[in-house]
Unconditional design. Sequence first.
Length: 473
Amino acid sequence: MSVFYTNFTRHAHGEGLKGHSTHYCAGCGHGVVHRDLAEVIEELGLQDRAILVSPVGCAVFAHYYFDIGNTQAAHGRAPAVALGHKLSNPDAVVISYQGDGDLASIGLAETISIAQMGLPITVVFINNAIYGMTGGQLAPTSLMGQKTATSPEGRNASMGQPLKMAELIASLDGPVYVERVALYDARQRVKARKAIRKGLTLQQEGRGYSFIEILSECPTHLKLPPTEAEKWVKEKMEPVYPLGVKKDLTVEPWFKPAAPRFEPEEILGYCGAEPAEAVPAAAAWPDHLGKRDLSLKFAGAGGDGAQTAALLLTRAAIELGFDATDIPSYGPESRGGTSYADVHIAAGEVLNPAAPQPDVLVAFNAPSLAKFAPSVVEGGLIIYDSTVILEPGNLPPGRNVLPVPFTRLAADLGRPMVKNVVALGALQAATELLPAAAILATLRHVLKDKATMLPLNEAAFAAGQKAAAIVPA
């Protein structure tokens, strides 16, 4: 079948018998749905237009099997990703393929919001009444009395009632077609295949949003052989989740949007940004650093300015023509603990924006220093705020350590909040990764609407430079 890859590289690199076997457990309904979905895509001639969005869950590896467009989505966010695909490429046939924990729990808000929009998207919802991939926990669709890893005595009233997604989606004005089907015998599997075909056809014709809920077996977490698991779905699940069409509207094709436009100037205008400037030739790379891709980690408590410092440095690098990335990680630690940002600056292309082993660590508080100092590469640099970190502890040997009183220097200028700019000055003087003029130019650009703040920030940058020059490493 051309819609399936000939070999599944997830297993044995596609070699031998394992290279022709899926990862699904014996008796799992995912494999049946995969087959039917692939056959329908091929029959309708949609292979070059189809995009499958598969989020976290048992179907997360669907991209190893379907030779069509595929996007992996964060847990529960598949409908939002599907919407992005549809609006940016209206001719695409977009399938959001989700399990019950993903769609009906963490992704419930996205599911309802995008269903109500009613744009032509096809959602295939696998309901096996359990969190399958992550250990068999209670799902929104688990039955009353059902024993799971997190309801060992069985689901009771205090855990809420099973969520009937097909009925919920059918009650919205946006969808045009909603049906619940099953897989427990040949007759039901034929109906499931027809439902998938109808959902894709309605999208292909531009008629609207479709939602196909499929009752599926999970022998592993039911702790039943496949035939008994099928019987359980028929006898236990179906009475709670009645099969059949829940909504089927006859509507004329209406989704005929103009082709999207992607001209940079127009897009920038919509979001209020400044017109794009020609990309300058890359500045000379600082070869004294010995690397062509330098990774940095800025870490501190919420409000320390680590995120802003990282963003300023990244933007300055981009203005110089380098490839640079910034990944913020705020976490739950607002005003405490540690949040951080990973920055990469490269002479060529940044291949991995994460910085698990940074070349440089800029730490604004003790928890950040303790957490990330051991990960700094040997020969790397650790800069920390010696105002608030009085005892740095046992830092890893073989690293250059530079204590700079960010907070005190900022307070001496009258505004402790500019300690992050002090840190940038110290970083520039200690590494000469970027020219001071480039960082200051970015700072001036960012503060162009707050001109009164510029002298203070320039003074903070200079104070950091001076401190790094006089404090021994």
